[in-house]
Design a protein. Structure first.
Length: 446
């Protein structure tokens, strides 16, 4: 056993000490150990112990305990403001559904518990007195930045098809390479992805896209991603035959992905923004490729995919609308800024600006600078419009429905029609956003 020091949170250390005082073995385990050895702050601290579920409940009688998975030996212990999952050392039975063990047995040995885990870097445990328990060389794999299965990769993936996507996700998040035998097994067992729920696919895909190693993973393992999102496959080797592009549609997409800020919504916008290009490609008599109205098809395909992956409506509608608008030619015009703010709202317009930056930066550098400067000038104009509180929505209009009722208009759709006409004139710069000027326009019949 290596003696490797890991700094434990006070409450986690106290729980380990309590279990040990009662005669049980106890360790922090899995991702918290991995992240600590990498110098990262763990999101949570999972504990495993030789204590049975009943013995755990007795040990933690002074704490609030939630029986989150008692039949699998898991309790959640609330210590202070933190929650800790505490699980009995266990061994798994067969996996007849390709996702979950048919039965779970308990063991007194931490090594047997670690042997059932997916990857070596997740199969380490730590206790301040015992040090690091690393029977499968996880620490060495961390040093080598290598992702490798515990035991035979074929067995690990047959047990749980989600591990195929987890491998890609970890490789992206940690910027690790996948060991050769493990990589071969990923492709051999890609059919297991067909059994995964939409929610699981969505979660792993999003984490993969947000990882710093996403471009490399999506380059090397694109066929695995196409297994769950087959709509991307036509993008892979499509030469755009266009002077503005030096990459295939797929490679352009991966470069755009690398240029957006690391938020799930922006990563999804970049990943899907050109998915409609293959379906809209035409080649003119000079051999130049064109993709007229590909934004609409990209938006429609994205909408279909995100519904299939069961995204929430707000996220899906935001991504789809930004993609539908991408390719907008920005001008440093307050009129255009007001109009797009009206149509998209501030948040979605800012997302669109970020996507356009990424899109242009992923094109032919010969034409890049002028386009980037144009987007930057438009972005500055949006900032000025917002800072000056210029009118771009009905809530900013200096006239409202009550004013029209006081003028004698009847309650009904006519009021909305008039207000929208006034808003249009204000955004176009034909009227100042001043109450008297707006009233005068109404009296004159607009």
């Amino acid at each position: 056993m290596m003696k490797t020091q890991i700094r434990l949170p006070e409450q986690a250390a106290a729980l380990l000490e309590l279990l040990e005082k009662k005669g049980h073995k106890a360790f922090v385990v899995g991702g918290c150990v991995r992240d600590s050895l990498l110098g990262r702050a763990p999101n949570d601290w999972d504990i495993c112990t030789s204590a049975s579920p009943g013995e755990m409940k007795a040990c933690f009688s002074s704490f609030r305990v939630i029986e989150t998975g008692l039949k699998h030996g898991t309790l959640t212990v609330l210590a202070g403001k933190e929650a800790f999952e505490v699980t009995t050392f266990r061994v798994d039975g067969s996996y007849s559904d390709g996702r979950h063990p048919d039965q779970v047995g308990f063991t007194s040995r931490i090594e047997e518990d670690l042997a059932r885990r997916d990857f070596t870097i997740n199969a380490m445990a730590y206790n301040p007195s015992a040090g690091l328990v690393d029977p499968f060389g996880g620490a060495s794999d961390l040093d080598r930045r290598r992702l490798r299965c515990v035991g035979a990769p074929q067995k690990r993936f047959r047990e749980d098809g989600l591990r195929v996507l987890r491998a890609l996700r970890f490789a992206s998040q940690l910027e690790f390479h996948i060991e050769a035998e493990t990589a071969d097994a990923l492709f051999s067992y890609c059919s297991l992805l067909d059994q995964l729920s939409a929610e699981r696919i969505r979660t792993e895909l999003e984490k993969l896209l947000c990882g710093p190693g996403a471009m490399q993973v999506l380059t090397n393992y694109r066929e695995l991603i196409a297994r769950v999102i087959p709509e991307i496959r036509p993008m892979f080797d499509l030469d755009q035959q266009n002077q503005y592009h030096i990459y295939t549609v797929w490679d352009h997409t991966l470069h755009a992905l690398s240029h957006v800020k690391n938020t799930p919504v922006l990563k999804l916008c970049a990943f899907f923004h050109d998915i409609g290009k293959p379906g809209k490609m035409t080649v003119d008599e000079k051999g130049h490729g064109h993709f007229y109205k590909h934004e609409r098809l990209s938006a429609d395909l994205t909408d279909r995919i995100m519904k299939r992956l069961k995204y929430d409506n707000y996220t899906r509608e935001t991504v789809v609308e930004v993609i539908r608008r991408h390719g907008t030619v920005f001008r440093p015009s307050p009129k255009q800024a007001r109009r797009l703010l009206n149509q998209l709202g501030e948040d979605r317009l800012r997302l669109l600006i970020q996507l356009e930056y990424a899109d242009v930066k992923s094109q032919n550098p010969v034409y890049r600078h002028e386009r980037v400067d144009n987007i930057s000038a438009f972005s500055q104009m949006v900032h000025q419009v917002l800072a000056a509180e210029q009118c771009f929505s009905l809530k900013h209009l200096a006239l409202n429905g009550t004013d029209l009722l006081e003028m004698g208009f009847a309650q009904g759709p006519e009021i909305g029609r008039i207000l929208n006409q006034l808003l249009e004139k204000v955004m176009e710069g034909e009227l100042p956003n001043e109450k008297e000027a707006l009233l005068r326009s109404v009296r004159e019949g607009l």
